[in-house]
Design a protein around this ligand. Structure first.
Ligand SMILES: NC(=O)c1ccc[n+]([C@@H]2O[C@H](COP(=O)([O-])OP(=O)(O)OC[C@H]3O[C@@H](n4cnc5c(N)ncnc54)[C@H](O)[C@@H]3O)[C@@H](O)[C@H]2O)c1
Length: 285
């Protein structure tokens, strides 16, 4: 396997491309937006430079960067030996990409998706190769986080799983294997906790600072759940909670009314300047 195509060059795509290039693969980094691609390559360069300065990598920055080529045409997937899709989290977008990839890619090529909430089985159904479709859920920030959750759809073959596990290990990361149910393992557990933290604010059990303090100092979490929620984006969390609520109809996933109200009012967390904390004035923890 020589070339990996990464589809989508946003937050996750540029991190995945960096990890692939650092692991010695040729990378075709694809996006529909030229602007995003240029931004991505700058981010990758900055990150690799930082690692080089800290002597974390031995190869030269130029050698690693040379492995990455930028693409705005999905037809370049003809050169790919493995594809990792990290485009915008929308079912229609992913279905269209996978349908096209199925037409363009060699018939033995594995098509992985970095989706955090969409069913792998459903994405696979837009191809004629569901046994070769798999979830590869990297964590943010990709170059730093050691885990990749691998999700098997209903039709994913054992060979596809083994090849994907091998690739994750080659990236010097650790795979955790899950089956395809809403939220997989990570978001199923994570969102239940986050929703409970939102309810704690909603019901007045404690102020955000107190809730975060309890989880940080009492349970050794590196960040409190509400601080983390602001960082991830409250709209994103609401979207994933809705997927879990639709999938299980279990009341623990019923999005907290306070979260819904905050998202509707445009309080989305750090990116909008306000969430559970106010970032327009001084930043609080
Ligand atoms: N952000 C996270 O913390 C996180 C964590 C794990 C998984 N994910 C998943 O990773 C994927 C990407 O998320 P992100 O946060 O990087 O999003 P993002 O918005 O930062 O980037 C998405 C990129 O996809 C591109 N894109 C949109 N339509 C496309 C198409 N048809 N073809 C090619 N590129 C297209 C956009 O131009 C953009 O550059 C999503 O499936 C998301 O659920 C995100």
């Amino acid at each position: 396997m020589k070339n990996i195509m990464v589809i989508g060059s946003g937050t996750m795509g540029n991190g995945i491309a960096q990890v692939c290039a650092e692991s010695g693969f040729g990378v075709i980094l694809h996006d529909i937006s030229k602007f995003q691609l240029e931004k991505a390559i700058q981010t990758i360069q900055t990150n690799i430079n930082r690692k080089k300065a800290k002597r974390i990598i031995s190869e030269s920055v130029e050698t690693i960067l040379k492995r990455i080529s930028l693409s705005t045409s999905l037809e370049d997937a003809i050169e790919a030996d493995f594809v990792i899709e990290a485009a915008t989290e929308k079912k229609e977008i992913k279905a269209a990409i996978f349908k096209e990839l199925d037409r363009i890619c060699r018939e033995d090529v594995i098509l992985a998706t970095n989706t955090s909430s969409i069913s792998i089985t459903e994405i696979a159904s837009s191809t004629n190769r569901p046994s070769l479709v798999i979830g590869m859920h990297f964590m943010n920030p990709v170059p730093v986080m050691p885990l990749v959750e691998i999700i098997c759809g209903l039709e994913t073959s054992e060979t596809t799983l083994e090849a994907t596990k091998k690739l994750v290990v080659h990236f010097q990361k650790t795979p955790a294997i899950a089956n395809d149910y809403p939220g997989f393992i990570s978001n199923r557990i994570f969102l239940a906790m986050m929703n409970e933290a939102f309810h704690c604010v909603y019901e007045g059990v404690g102020e955000p600072e107190e809730i975060d303090k309890v989880m940080k100092l009492g349970f050794n979490h590196p960040m409190g759940p509400l601080y983390l929620a602001d960082l991830v984006g409250l709209d994103t969390l609401l979207y994933v909670l809705e997927v879990l609520w639709d999938g299980y109809r279990d009341s623990k996933y019923r999005p907290c009314p306070l979260l819904v109200k905050m998202v509707n009012s445009g309080r989305l967390g750090r990116k909008s300047g306000r969430g559970f904390y106010d970032y327009t004035t001084e930043e609080k923890l």
